[in-house]
Design a protein around this ligand. Structure first.
Ligand code: CTP
Ligand code: MG
Length: 229
C-alpha cells in the first residue's frame, strides 16, 4: 500500500526564538523542513510527502522544494498544504491531503537529522503487521511527577519509560479514526492509545532528537558540520 509521510512544519518555534517559523530556520545552510523531507525520501520507503506549513508560507515552501528537489528524487511527489494553530490541526490537514494512503508516517520537521534508516525501520514494523509504531529511547534522567505547588507526587520506574520520537507510523484507517476523536494530544500515538489500540515501540535514534531550543540547534549544526568533514 501507499506510504504517505505527513510533515508537521506549521509551528512558530516560540522556544527556539528565531526570527522565522522554526521549520524554516537553516541548519548547516538548509531549512529544517528540507532536511527532514530529504531524510524521508532517502529512506526509499515513502511514496508521497505532504508538508503542513503556516498558511502564508505555502507558496514559498512549494518554490523552495521545487528548487531543492530537481536533483534529489523527482519521482516522489511533495505536496504543501496549510497547517493549523495546534499540531493536531496540522496533522488533520495533512491527513485530508492524503486520501490514498494505506500507511501514514507523521514526522516532525524539527527532527531534521533523523537517519533514513529509522524511517525504514518504522515502515518495516508496519509491514510486519503492527498498526501503530513509534521510535523510543531509554530515558537518561529520572522523571518525577510534580503537583501545581512544586511537590513531587511520584517517581515512575525509569526502566519502564521511553522518550518517544518521530516518525510515528500508522495504518491509515487507524490514524483517521484516532483523529476523528477531536481531542488534544502531544503525539499522534497518544490519540491511537485513546482508541484502545496497541502501539509498538521500535528502538529510536539519538539523531532523531527534536530541535526545540537554541541548545538543540547548536547541537544539530555541529553534528552536520562533523558529517561534512
Ligand atoms: N507544528 C505544526 N503545527 C502547529 C504546531 C507545531 O505543524 N500548530 C509542528 C512544528 O512545526 C514542528 C512539530 O510540529 O515541526 C513539533 O512541534 P514543536 O517542536 O513544538 O514546534 P513548534 O510548535 O514550532 O515550537 P514551539 O512549541 O516552541 O513554539
Ligand atoms: Mg509546539
Amino acid at each position: 500500500g501507499r506510504v504517505v509521510a505527513l510533515v508537521p512544519a506549521a509551528g512558530q518555534g516560540v522556544r527556539l526564538g528565531a526570527s522565522m517559523p522554526k521549520a524554516f530556520v537553516p541548519v548547516g545552510g538548509s531549512p529544517m523542513l528540507t532536511l527532514a523531507v530529504d531524510g524521508l525520501i532517502a529512506s526509499g520507503v515513502v511514496d508521497h510527502v505532504v508538508i503542513m506549513v503556516p498558511a502564508e508560507l505555502v507558496s514559498t515552501t512549494a518554490a523552495l522544494l521545487d528548487r531543492a528537489q530537481s536533483s534529489a528524487a523527482p519521482e516522489i511527489p511533495v505536496t504543501v498544504v496549510a497547517g493549523g494553530s495546534e499540531r493536531t490541526d496540522s496533522v488533520r490537514a495533512g491527513l485530508a491531503a492524503a486520501p490514498d494512503a494505506a500507511l501514514v508516517l507523521v514526522h516532525d520537521a524539527a527532527r531534521a537529522l533523523t537517519p533514513p534508516a529509522l524511517v525504514a525501520q518504522v515502515v518495516a514494523a508496519l509491514r510486519a503487521g503492527h498498526r501503530a509504531v513509534v521510535p523510543g529511547l531509554p530515558v537518561a534522567d529520572t522523571i518525577k511527577s510534580v503537583d501545581a505547588s512544586g511537590v513531587v507526587t511520584g517517581t515512575p520506574d525509569r526502566a519502564a519509560l521511553r522518550a518517544i520520537q518521530t516518525p510515528q507510523g500508522f495504518d491509515a484507517e487507524l490514524l483517521r479514526a484516532a483523529y476523528a476523536l477531536d481531542v488534544p494530544a502531544t503525539d499522534d500515538a497518544g490519540l491511537v492509545e485513546l482508541l484502545g489500540a496497541q502501539v509498538h515501540v521500535v528502538p529510536g535514534d539519538p539523531r532523531a532528537f527534536k530541535i526545540t531550543t537554541p541548545l538543540d540547534l547548536h547541537l544539530a549544526t555541529s553534528l552536520l558540520a562533523d558529517d561534512r568533514v
